[in-house]
Design a protein around this ligand. Structure first.
Ligand SMILES: *Cc1c(COP(=O)(O)O)cnc(C)c1O
Length: 393
């Protein structure tokens, strides 16, 4: 089931709070109820009420979330899935065929690369990982006859590289390739890839959109022109025919999270900026990777294409892997865990954790790097926690 929207005149947070969230017409309940039913009574054969027939095909709680997600990204269609990777998988199967190639960043999220390389690779889809900052290399890779999709993650995970979405949209479209942007790190509050020329946006809603580390999910969001409508038919078919949909309870939690995304992101951004500025001067720190720092190579670009620099900060330590290990295991408030984007601060050692699957490949992550998902706690407490762990080196 797809959802069409006129261009919304509402601001981001107004749309996030209201889109798809009309009160329940039978009771007036301000929060739409969670619909658990797997099937729907028909008024005579084929007499569906509101198009609902069976839970894999459509569910009102999922529909609400999809309407809300489309509005948040300024898109015309959204599809919600059981995980971010399920969303990516559905999109790839919708738009690609055996014999075609994905051109992608060489610092893409390890799980996305694993899906593309080790799952879709076995079904005849090739991939070319490269440095997305090198526009000539991207253009040359897309000149290959089989290249049909350009896959961009910005800011990238965990190296925080910023990629020029509008410039790459032009390069991709001049070669009839589709531009896909993984907007998980930035969120639709900070960055709107569809307005910069992307053909599709993917999300792990597990991260900032859910925002409370209590639900796994993913989404594909598409634009609102005729080409997007065609694409939406293909993605909608995959969602329906394969069935990796979000369940109603997961959809509800994700909707609840998305309503507060704007206020949470403001706090994630200001906390991350303060921590990045603090760590830059620390003697144990070799390098801080955060686009909000003026000397970050993507700073000006991030300023132009994002409304804030996000809540993710990566840090490289002078003491190499042993120091990274010690700090990762030495904080009290920053919990050592995979994932990101929740209200609580998390610490991750990508080389051994989130990105272990790309060890030894072109996508391997430096061993002295720690990735911080800066939460919404009081920033003085977070800085004290980091300082104590760093003092132990
Ligand atoms: C976590 C993540 C994914 C995968 O999402 P899941 O919900 O874990 O399947 C994809 N892209 C990025 C950038 C991520 O951080």
């Amino acid at each position: 089931m797809t959802h069409h929207h006129a261009e919304s005149p509402l601001g981001f947070s107004t749309a996030a709070v209201h889109a798809g969230q009309d009160f329940d017409p039978t009771t007036g309940a301000v929060v739409p109820p969670i619909h658990l039913s797997s099937t729907y009574a028909q008024d005579g054969i084929g007499g569906l009420r509101g198009g609902y027939e069976y839970g894999r095909a459509a569910n009102p709680t999922r529909s609400s979330l999809q309407t809300q997600l489309a509005a948040a990204e300024g898109g015309g269609h959204a599809f919600s899935f059981a995980s971010g990777l399920a969303a990516e998988d559905a999109l790839i199967r919708a738009v690609m065929r055996p014999g075609q190639r994905i051109v992608m960043g060489d610092d893409a999220y390890g799980g996305s690369y694993r899906l593309i390389d080790r799952v879709h690779g076995n079904w005849g889809i090739a991939n070319t990982p490269l440095d997305l900052a090198d526009a000539d290399a991207v253009a040359a890779a897309l000149d290959a006859e089989d290249a049909t999709v350009l896959w961009v993650e910005t800011p990238s995970n965990p190296l925080m590289a910023i990629t020029d979405i509008a410039a790459l949209a032009e390069i991709a479209h001049s070669r009839s390739a589709l531009l896909v942007v993984d907007n998980t790190f930035a969120t639709p509050y900070l960055q709107q890839p569809l307005s910069l020329g992307a053909d599709a946006v993917v999300h792990s809603t597990t991260k900032y959109i859910g925002g409370h580390s209590d639900v796994v999910g993913g989404a594909v969001v598409l634009g609102s022109d005729a080409a997007a409508d065609d694409l939406a038919e293909q993605v909608g078919f995959q969602q329906f025919a394969v069935g990796a949909v979000s369940g109603p309870l997961d959809a509800y939690l994700t909707t609840r999270g998305l309503k507060t995304l704007g206020v949470r992101m403001d706090r994630h951004c200001s906390n991350a900026q303060a921590i990045a500025e603090h760590l830059v001067d620390h003697p144990a720190v070799e390098r801080v990777l955060y686009p909000g720092l003026p000397d970050h190579p993507g700073h000006d670009l991030a300023k132009a294409q994002m409304r804030g620099f996000g809540g993710m900060v990566s840090v490289q330590l002078r003491g190499g892997e042993p120091a990274a290990r010690k700090v990762a295991e030495g904080t009290r408030l920053f919990q050592l865990a995979e994932s990101l984007g929740g209200i609580e601060s998390l610490m991750n050692h990508p080389h051994h954790m989130t990105h272990a699957s790309v060890q030894g490949t072109e996508l391997a992550v430096p061993e002295n790097l720690l990735r911080l998902s800066v939460g919404i706690e009081d920033v003085a407490d977070l800085i004290e926690d980091l300082d104590k762990a760093l003092a132990g080196l």
